[in-house]
Design a protein around this ligand. Sequence first.
Ligand SMILES: Cc1ncc(COP(=O)(O)O)c(C=O)c1O
Length: 339
Amino acid sequence: MKVHGKKIKLTELPTPLEYLPTLSKDLGVELYIKRDDMTSLAMGGNKIRKLEYLMQEAVDSGATMVVTAGGAQTNHGRQTAGAAAKLGLKCAIVCIDNYPGEISANILLDRIMGADVILQAPNGDPDQQEKVIKQVIEKYEAKGEKVYFIPVGGSNDTGLLGYYECACELDEQAKEAGIPEATVVSAVGSIGTYMGLFCGLKNEGSHLKLQGIAISDFGENKEKRLMEYFESSKAHYGFDFNAKPEDFHIETGYVRGGYNLPNADVRKAIYKMARAEGIILDPCYTGKAFAGLLDMLSEGKVKKGSTIIFLHSGGQPGINTPHHRVEFERELADGVIVL
Ligand SMILES: Cc1ncc(COP(=O)(O)O)c(C=O)c1O
């Protein structure tokens, strides 16, 4: 690894890289899966890698508490709650979302791990989240806490190192498995996972390619957001390469209505993976990314015979969030045979 940072160990690494024989045959590609859902803290997922670096910074700053933010089903919030619990820090999660009051599966887990959750419905103010975060931090500081703030998704220069490191791990595992050329496919939300992989693969000279699949609208400023994140991390770590907007490969056409909305194609993709390989994807990120990959295959954007490494970034508790669970039950209840 050419770029280093201090980190607190929160999980066993490396996570497994597994070959998926049944789906490979079915889809006409060589399909591997990187099991980052198997990071071992708080039911796992991609944020644990970022949190290893972020929590180190929190502890070094003398923090007694971490505050973060996300949607009401934030997996990042759950994993932050787990990391905070493990390290003896307090944790609060700010959720600005359309369904305040819904106890999502993740919020339940946050509470089980002792984190506070602050919910507010969006009010149209573009600065709402920032304002609520500020109020919340002030409230805890007035009670004597020293707060370390972690941005949405842990996606900043520090968090980027988690997936820079994963890129190095993947490159090594691909070499060990004798995989000459492959494309890593990842869900894209707050961009940190994609950007960490992008920087890691490029800066380390890996042959692996990278394809992102957006799970929510990027808005109009996709290129600006990507370039700003890249330039910030390049300045921070001194990468020895440059990037242009066209170097970032992120499909934005498979958002299927918006962030975390129930979707029949996504559920079909979840069933396909589960029934062929016994691996459970989630309805917000990995199921949507896998549905996107299936579309890319049928549209010829991903070539038959190519090698794909699908990043399983976790998120499975989301299946039990009420607005998803009700749809799964509707489709699956007929196979529950009551005698
Ligand atoms: C399960 C899962 N996969 C993928 C992502 C996307 O990662 P990022 O926000 O770094 O783009 C997230 C983010 O919350 C997630 O929870």
